[in-house]
Design a protein around this ligand. Structure first.
Ligand code: PMP
Length: 385
C-alpha cells in the first residue's frame, strides 16, 4: 500500500542509484533495511515447498477463517506473546494479502447496503495517505473517505482509523471522534520494538498488523487482523473470499517460518535477537539524522518522548520508519526535490505542504545518500522559494 503519486498509481521502484545526479527516491516505505539480517540468518527462514504441496483453495474448514494456515496462526500468537504488543486471546485471526486487503475487508464489514448513504471513513491528520486512495478507489456506494477525524462533524455512523505509532509522523495516538455509532480500526503496523517502546498489550476490537513492517517481508503480502466480533470477522472473510478466494498458502507458510525464526532469536542466545538488531539500526539512523539536522535553520523533525519499553526493559524513544520533515515557510517536498531527494508532500497526508515524509527503512547506502544530500543543504536559506 503506498505506490501512489498525484492520485495515479505508480509502481516505479525506488531508483536509488549511486550517481549524484539521479533523484534519491524516498517516497515509499519499502523496508529493505532488514535484508542484511536475513542474509545472515536466512537459512532459519527457508521454506521448501514441493510441486504437490498446498494445491487446494481450502485449508482448515473447521476454522471460521478457512484459508488461514494453522502454522501461521500459531506463530502469530507466539510472536505477540513474546513481544507483549497485543492480546491474542478471545478473538478471531483473519489473514489477508497484506494489511491493505484487511483494511478493505474491514470497510466492507462495517458498512451496510441498507444505509441511505456511504459510511464516512476518517483518520486524524496527518494520516497515512493510502487510506484515502484505497477508500475512494472504486467509488464504492458503501463507504467514502471523509478526511481528517479532527474536523469530522457529520452525525451518524462512521469508521475511524487510528494508526499508532502513526505513519507519517510517528506519534502515539488514540481515537479522536469517540461517538456512539463509530467503528474503530487500529492499524498497529509499527507497534513493534524496533519502532516504538512496547508499553502494553494492545487490546482493541479490530487490530491490523503486517508482515511488511514486522520483519521487512513486504513482498510476501501477508497481514493479519485480530477481530473480537465474530460477525465482523465473518464479513471480512466473505470479502476476502469474493476478492481473492483466500490468501497465498506459500506466503503464509513463509511468514510462519520467519516468525518462528524471530521468536527463536528472542528466546535463544544462538542467533541475534531480531528486534534488538532492528532497534540498533533504527536508533543509529535516527541519531545520525538528528545530528545532520541539528543546526538546520530550514528543516526540523518531530521530538518523541522517552518511555519505558516492556519488551526491552529500557527507556526508549519512538524511532519511526519515516522522517516527517517540516520546512520553514516553504513546500518541503518541492524544496527537497530541488536537492534531488523525493519524498511525499504533506497535502497527501491531509496537512500543509510545509511537511513531507521520507523513508528511513531502505538499505544502508540509500540512507547514507539521504544524509549526505541533507548535510549539503541545511543552512542555505536562500534556496527557499
Ligand atoms: N498500514 C500502515 C500504517 C502502513 O504504513 C502500511 C505500509 N506502508 C500498511 C498499512 C500496508 O501494509 P501491507 O504491506 O501489509 O499492505
Amino acid at each position: 500500500m503506498g505506490g501512489y503519486d498525484n492520485n495515479k498509481p505508480s509502481l516505479s521502484p525506488a531508483n536509488n542509484s549511486k550517481t549524484t545526479d539521479s533523484v534519491l527516491n524516498l517516497e515509499f516505505g519499502d523496508p529493505t533495511m532488514y535484508g542484511e539480517y536475513w542474509r545472515q540468518h536466512g537459512d532459519k527462514g527457508t521454506v521448501v515447498i514441493s510441486g504437490c504441496d498446498s494445491m487446494s483453495y481450502f485449508t482448515d474448514m473447521g476454522n471460521l477463517c478457512w484459508f488461514l494456515e494453522p502454522e501461521l496462526a500459531n506463530s502469530i500468537k507466539r510472536l505477540h506473546c513474546i513481544v507483549g504488543n497485543a492480546v491474542t486471546e478471545d478473538r478471531h485471526i483473519v489473514v489477508g494479502s497484506g494489511s491493505t486487503q484487511l483494511y478493505n475487508a474491514l470497510l466492507y464489514a462495517f458498512s451496510s447496503p441498507d444505509e441511505p448513504e456511504p459510511i464516512s471513513v476518517v483518520c486524524a491528520a496527518p494520516y497515512y495517505s493510502a487510506y484515502a486512495d484505497v477508500t475512494d478507489c472504486v467509488r464504492s456506494g458503501l463507504y467514502k473517505w471523509a478526511g481528517d477525524a479532527y474536523t469530522f462533524e457529520k452525525d451518524g455512523p462512521y469508521i475511524e482509523v487510528v494508526t499508532t505509532p502513526n505513519n507519517p509522523d510517528g506519534s502515539i495516538r488514540e481515537a479522536v471522534v469517540n461517538r456512539s455509532h463509530g467503528k474503530v480500526i487500529h492499524d498497529l503496523a509499527y507497534y513493534w520494538p524496533q519502532h516504538t517502546p512496547i508499553t502494553h498489550p494492545a487490546d482493541y476490537d479490530n487490530m491490523l498488523f503486517t508482515f511488511s513492517k514486522t520483519t521487512g517481508h513486504a513482498g510476501s503480502r501477508i497481514g493479519w487482523a485480530f477481530v473480537k466480533d465474530k460477525e465482523v470477522a465473518r464479513k471480512m472473510i466473505e470479502f476476502i473470499m469474493i476478492n481473492s478466494i483466500g490468501v497465498s498458502k506459500e506466503s503464509q507458510l513463509r511468514a510462519a517460518k520467519i516468525f518462528e525464526a524471530v521468536c527463536d532469536s528472542c528466546q535463544n542466545s544462538g542467533s541475534e535477537n531480531f528486534f534488538e538488531y532492528g532497534q540498533r539500526l533504527m536508533g543509529g539512523r535516527w541519531e545520525k539524522l538528528r545530528q545532520v539536522l541539528k543546526n538546520s535553520e530550514i528543516l526540523s523533525l518531530p521530538e518523541y518522548p522517552l518511555v519505558y519499553c516492556n519488551f526491552s526493559g529500557k527507556i526508549m524513544e519512538t524511532k519511526p520508519a519515516f522522517a516527517w520533515l517540516e520546512c520553514n515557510d516553504s513546500d518541503c517536498a518541492s524544496f527537497l526535490m530541488e536537492h534531488k531527494i523525493k519524498g511525499r508532500g504533506g497535502r497527501r497526508f491531509g496537512v500543509d505542504s510545509k511537511y513531507a515524509r521520507f523513508s528511513l527503512v531502505g538499505e544502508e547506502k540509500e540512507f547514507d545518500n539521504f544524509l549526505e544530500r541533507l548535510s549539503g543543504i541545511h543552512g542555505k536559506k536562500h534556496h527557499i522559494k
